[in-house]
Design a protein around this ligand. Structure first.
Ligand SMILES: [Zn+2]
Ligand SMILES: [Zn+2]
Length: 289
């Protein structure tokens, strides 16, 4: 971990930092790896899918919530949203100390912000109101869904986001493509492969895929596994692919072994993320491995 922190301090921007690289029930509950999601840092700083460990592991990696411009929560599963209230708490705490109003946006699926069929929200109305300065319609709180285009701006910097479709248990979930500082990054979020998925990530320089299981996935639906990730990459052809969000079987199989198999099958350079790994997006240099 110390090595990663040293490298992160020297990391050129824009960059990606992987705070937690496991996902799904058992890997998360046993905390075989952290489950804190990842950050895209550049002229804007964005934390994506802050599951358990986003605050604690993020702090150890100098990925502090106080400098965030946005939190993106792609769907209401606990491995994607659990620590968001902690990030919001930290942002509110620093704002109250400095006498400022929060400017960080919260971008979430309908289930995250409005609630599921039982009206259970991923993020409480209380926290949404705090981040929205008492008003969830003031522009800080943004509900998103497949096909929605967003422009996120702060102090003259802008990120263009297009939300992509997913096929997953939470039907309101989304992935995205994001253009920030001249780099187009794609993120599948949790989804299974479907016709039309590759077209959504056309032109991405980097593609991050939630590859929860190895091989052929053992009949798992709603998620990508090595075989379908390779199929996706062979059609998208990004410069670099990063697999993350590993379940227990993936960790047992060895994410690096699976990344090599995916590279060989797809012809796309594929790297298995690990906690603390960072990627210099301009030069595609990978640190912390
Ligand atoms: Zn997940
Ligand atoms: Zn999920």
């Amino acid at each position: 971990m110390t090595k990663s922190i040293f490298l992160l301090d020297k990391m050129a921007q824009p960059n990606l930092v992987f705070i937690g690289t496991s996902g799904g029930g058992e890997a998360m509950l046993r905390q075989l790896r952290s489950t804190g999601g990842f950050r895209i840092n550049g002229s804007l700083n964005i934390h994506v899918d802050p599951g358990p460990g986003a605050l604690s592991t993020g702090r150890r990696l100098s990925q502090n919530p106080e400098d965030l411009n946005a939190i993106v929560i792609t769907h209401k599963h606990i491995d994607h949203c659990h620590d968001a209230p902690l990030l919001i708490e930290a942002i509110m705490h620093s704002c109250s100390q400095e006498g400022k109003k929060p400017e960080c946006c919260l971008i979430g699926s309908e289930t995250v912000l409005y609630g599921d069929e039982n009206k259970d929200r991923g993020i409480s109305l209380f926290d949404q109101k705090r981040l929205g300065n008492g008003n969830i319609r003031n522009g800080n709180i943004i509900v998103s869904y497949s096909g929605k285009a967003l422009a996120l701006s702060s102090n003259g910097s802008q990120a263009s986001i297009i939300c992509t479709k997913t096929s997953h248990r939470d039907k309101t979930g989304f992935g995205f493509t994001m253009e920030l500082d001249g780099i187009k990054t794609g993120y599948t979020s949790d989804t299974e492969y479907f016709d039309g998925l590759p077209a959504l990530f056309e032109g991405c320089n980097i593609l991050i895929a939630n590859n929860i299981r190895p091989d052929n996935g053992g009949g798992l639906s709603g998620h990508l596994y090595s075989e379908t990730t390779a199929r996706l990459l062979s059609e998208v052809k990004p410069l670099l692919a990063i697999i993350t969000h590993f379940g227990v079987t993936m960790l047992d199989a060895g994410p690096e072994n699976e990344a090599k198999r995916i590279s060989d099958k797809s012809g796309v350079q594929t790297v298995a993320a690990c906690d603390g790994m960072s990627v210099d997006l301009l030069n595609l240099k990978i640190n912390g491995r």
